[in-house]
Design a protein around this ligand. Structure first.
Ligand SMILES: [Zn+2]
Length: 197
């Protein structure tokens, strides 16, 4: 990456006096969507908006650490790479066994630069208004028509799911009320062949 030097590589250590410091990417840059944006988009209350934002934040952080970080570290540094989180609330992604910048050649430095950029871009993406609002929408967290008055229902893989034991779980919502659906009547299939004439 142009203009990127050894001095740009961030280092982090949980130890006093920087002992045992490793190359790292600062990931505590989660800037999160304002409550008002959620209220504006979904017309929900401020309290609901905050709750939905909290859930989106948790979900995005979880997918970052459980999916993005493992796949990106492996992609850039191979299967044997060792990484961990350091700092309060996991503010740093530390890579432990790829040496230090003073030992690196230009190729290694460039690889690190690209890796750090990808990590920061991923954090920015996962905390962008657009993606956060999408997550809230996809999960129905701020949709009054999706809300269950008996449990914290969730969309899971596109299916509306009540919590176990919810009295509404076999009901459907019609005009804002949870009602037991009528058993579906099987329609007789009538083949209309009049068109042939
Ligand atoms: Zn429910």
């Amino acid at each position: 990456m142009k203009g990127y030097t050894r001095n740009d590589v961030e280092m982090h250590s949980d130890h006093f006096l920087g002992r045992d410091s490793h190359v790292a990417v600062k990931v505590k840059v989660w800037r999160f969507t304002a409550t008002e944006s959620v209220v504006d988009k979904f017309g929900c209350s401020e309290k609901e908006a905050q709750k939905a934002l909290g859930r989106a934040f948790e979900l995005h952080q979880q997918s970052f650490w459980e999916y993005d970080v493992p796949s990106l570290t492996e992609h850039f540094f191979g299967k044997n790479v060792k990484w961990r989180t350091e700092g309060r609330q996991g503010g740093w992604l530390v890579v432990c066994n790829i040496g230090v910048p003073s030992e690196w050649d230009g190729v290694k430095l460039n690889r690190w630069a690209l890796f750090a950029k990808r990590i920061k871009t991923t954090v920015a993406y996962l905390s962008s208004d657009e993606v956060v609002l999408d997550t809230i929408e996809a999960n129905g967290w701020c949709r009054p028509d999706m809300r269950c008055n008996q449990c914290e229902a969730l969309m899971i893989n596109g299916l509306y799911c009540h919590e176990i034991g919810c009295p509404n779980w076999k009901k459907v919502k019609i005009d804002g009320e949870w009602v037991t659906p009528e058993p579906e009547e099987e329609e007789d299939f009538v083949y209309d062949n009049e068109e042939d004439e």
